[in-house]
Ligand binder design. Structure first.
Ligand SMILES: NC(=O)c1ccc[n+]([C@@H]2O[C@H](COP(=O)([O-])OP(=O)(O)OC[C@H]3O[C@@H](n4cnc5c(N)ncnc54)[C@H](O)[C@@H]3O)[C@@H](O)[C@H]2O)c1
Length: 349
């Protein structure tokens, strides 16, 4: 299976590996003359192809998503004699993919980049869209570039070793994409739920392809994030506030996103815009996936975190809300509505 997305001047091709196909063979075929640098982390290095001469293994985790690590990648590229026509191949989650793409984008003003996402989140979200970057002084992805990968290879086999919590993190983005798409996509997810829970490869391929189609349609319209791409942040303002209020402890990003999706629909309902039946349907779907919809956190702490997000973004937070599946809009909300929507998702409001 193959999908193509046009991002401004560039095209990103997504290839799904069939059982038995090997990523390195496809890469060699597509880029026969390039020196190839493989970048993995300590949890994904097990998937590096045997015999590849230039492999760099980084420490795992967001804490290493830094300029120091970018310089390690650049040093390695220099050491192996990489040129501008070389290819940087990332084999890892969103952290490795974001950093490898960033390093490739600045190495000699732009080398080639291919991404092999190994987490569900990276497969359905992080690799498509061209955003690369690193964290700095407590700000996430504050240094970065738009640099779409020419090729993204999806190998669902990698998901077999991914901890369940990381799978749940990616599934929250899958549900979000289905909400942005419409009723049909949500019904398909509902139907596939037992197969997804059973780890069925075809079910995963199908939801990944569908998610990429939804995200692809949005980013093709708005490759540089100047307008409609904001819709991809559905649930994320509430999610970031919960993560920050709980000290980035206890809630993974994906779990917080699921909570945030429910809070966004509650806020929309309080505003008189969201169909209450749709909100119930999504809450039930999130329950069936096994997400927590209630946080053991104080409303005031989460509300304060929304406020500080507002300051960071220069004064106004526009929440992404929905009337129903596939019908999305953005709106600045009165404080009372934000407060009530948050307290509706807290055990000790
Ligand atoms: N560029 C974008 O548009 C975009 C979009 C969303 C998120 N992101 C970024 O993605 C990052 C989060 O990505 P993530 O959730 O993939 O986290 P991650 O890359 O940190 O991976 C999570 C953990 O799983 C491990 N891992 C990865 N693949 C594995 C596998 N197959 N088996 C076992 N362990 C494996 C990793 O080593 C890590 O410990 C954040 O930095 C975020 O900013 C970027």
């Amino acid at each position: 299976m193959k999908q193509e997305f046009r991002l401004g001047e560039r095209v990103s091709t997504v290839r799904f590996l069939e059982q038995g196909e090997r990523a390195e063979e496809i890469i060699r075929r597509e880029y026969p003359h390039s020196l190839i640098i493989w970048v993995a982390d300590e949890n994904t290095s097990r998937y590096l192809p045997a015999g590849e001469p230039h492999c760099l293994v980084l420490p795992a985790g967001e804490a290493f998503k830094t300029m120091e690590t970018i310089l390690r990648i650049v040093d390695f590229a220099l050491q192996v004699g990489a040129g501008r026509d070389s290819l940087f191949v990332a084999l890892g989650g969103g952290v490795v993919c974001d950093m490898t793409a960033f390093a490739a984008s600045v190495y000699m003003r732009g080398a080639g980049v291919v991404l092999l996402p190994s987490t569900l989140l990276a497969m359905v979200d992080a690799t498509l869209g061209g955003k690369s970057g690193v964290d700095y002084r407590g700000y996430k992805n504050i240094i970065g570039t738009f640099y779409p990968a020419s090729l993204i290879i999806i190998e669902p086999t990698y998901l077999a070793s991914l901890p369940q919590r990381e799978i749940m993190g990616g599934l929250a983005e899958v549900v979000k994409h289905a909400m942005l798409s419409g009723e049909d996509a949500l019904e398909r997810i509902e139907r596939l739920l037992p197969d997804i829970k059973a780890g069925n490869r075809d079910a995963f391929s199908s939801i990944i392809a569908e998610s990429l189609t939804v995200k692809g349609a949005v980013i093709e319209q708005d490759p540089l994030e100047r307008g409609i791409r904001a819709h991809l942040n559905l649930g994320h303002t509430f999610a970031h506030a919960l993560e920050s209020a709980t000290g980035f402890n206890g809630w993974s990003h994906g779990e917080a996103v699921a909570w945030g999706l429910s809070r966004a629909l509650h806020a929309g309902e309080l505003l008189g815009e969201t169909d209450p039946g749709y909100r119930r349907f999504i809450d039930e779907l999130l329950d069936r996936f096994g997400y927590r919809r209630y946080a053991e956190a104080d409303t005031s702490a989460i509300l304060e975190a929304v406020g500080s997000d507002k300051k960071k973004r220069g004064g106004e937070v526009r929440f992404v809300l929905q009337k129903k599946a596939g019908d999305t809009f953005t709106r600045a909300l009165p404080r009372e509505i934000v407060e009530e929507a948050i307290s509706g998702g807290c055990l000790n409001p």
